[in-house]
Design a protein around this ligand. Structure first.
Ligand code: SIN
Length: 325
């Protein structure tokens, strides 16, 4: 019996259109509805057989504009669909720009008992739907193959024939179709002509997972956590400005993730400003701006905990959820 899949649309380039079919960069993201996108993939109907597909437009945004309300709504809809006994997986069409953040967020907030046996597969495109040679349709077909696979579960990302886990995946290229990479961990699997060739098992989470209730996640008052980068000539000015008394309706900064140089090292001026704000209660986490590897614990004597291998954007999400729980 074929597994039942629900498709959710959130926008992105996969749903984008340009004035000319030859234009793969001057397009507007999030223009085509998910139902229309799916109906335009003839072999998808074949792949799904009698089961057909059920789709829902959860958002219609360029993913650079994703916000907490989008995430909360998406998590709620995924939880709703995965809780149906007849549904085995949810495929989410998403923009590439913040896809790794959404995937990681979902992997932390969705109930773990659903993720151990079902899958959430995020897919995307680097070329708009109007392109002469769009990559979205093949990515959707590959996502369906992964959603059907009995070997893979959890929150997964499928792009250009590679399957990545939410924790490791990162967008590494602004243009090429194979825009994602899982760094040292490598991809979990490849999809080849509809067949999934698994390389690794889904990694066990290396950080404590709190028991979140998605419905209890506040819509607008999520903790404010900012990211700053250390570089040659960095000063403490940005940190002091960020942590000065907020004006108007601005939320105070509760946490800062530092994308440090190399092994998470931080310019001394920036570091001393971070120590000052940490002493006033702001949580500071040390990550690295390097694309590969993670901060090697013990090599640096620091007052700031390291991000446990998370990239700066993911460390921010983990800290935000920790502050909320
Ligand atoms: C977006 O992230 O929504 C636009 C860019 C893309 O999907 O490639």
């Amino acid at each position: 019996m074929l597994k039942k899949i629900v498709f959710l649309g959130t926008g992105g380039t996969i749903a984008g259109t340009a004035a000319h079919a030859g234009d793969n960069v001057g397009y507007t993201a999030a223009q085509v509805g998910v139902g229309q996108l799916l109906r335009a993939i003839p072999s998808l109907q074949q792949a799904l057989g009698d089961q057909g597909f059920m789709s829902e437009q959860v958002a219609q945004v360029d993913s650079k504009d994703m916000g907490w309300a989008h995430w909360r709504n998406l998590a709620q809809r995924i939880q709703h669909h995965l809780s149906q006994p007849a549904v085995d997986s949810v495929v989410v069409a998403h923009g590439t720009d913040t896809l790794e953040e959404t995937a990681f967020f979902l992997s932390l907030v969705l109930p773990q008992q659903l993720l151990v046996e079902k899958s959430v597969v995020l897919t995307c495109a680097m070329r708009p739907a109007s392109s002469l040679a769009p990559d979205g349709p093949q990515n959707v077909l590959d996502a369906v193959a992964v959603a059907r696979s009995a070997d893979l579960h959890g929150v997964l990302v499928v792009c250009a024939g590679s399957v990545h886990c939410a924790r490791d995946v990162q967008k590494v290229h602004p243009y090429r179709l194979n825009a994602f990479d899982s760094g040292d961990a490598g991809p979990l699997a490849y999809v080849e002509e509809g067949w999934v060739r698994r390389l690794h098992a889904y990694p066990a989470m290396e950080m404590p997972v709190s028991d979140f209730s998605i419905d209890a996640l506040s819509k607008d008052a999520w903790p404010r956590v900012e990211i700053i980068t250390s570089y040659a000539g960095a000063t403490g000015a940005t940190v002091r400005a960020l942590c000065a008394a907020p004006g108007g309706t601005e939320q105070p900064v509760q946490g800062i993730v530092v994308a440090g140089t190399g092994n998470g090292t931080i310019h001394e001026d920036l570091e001393s400003a971070l120590r000052e704000v940490q002493a006033r209660g702001v949580r500071v986490v040390r990550s690295t701006r390097c694309a590969y590897g993670s901060v090697v614990v013990g090599a640096v004597d620091s007052d700031f905990p390291d991000s446990q291998g998370l990239s700066p954007v993911k460390a921010r999400i983990a800290l935000m959820l920790e502050l909320m729980s």
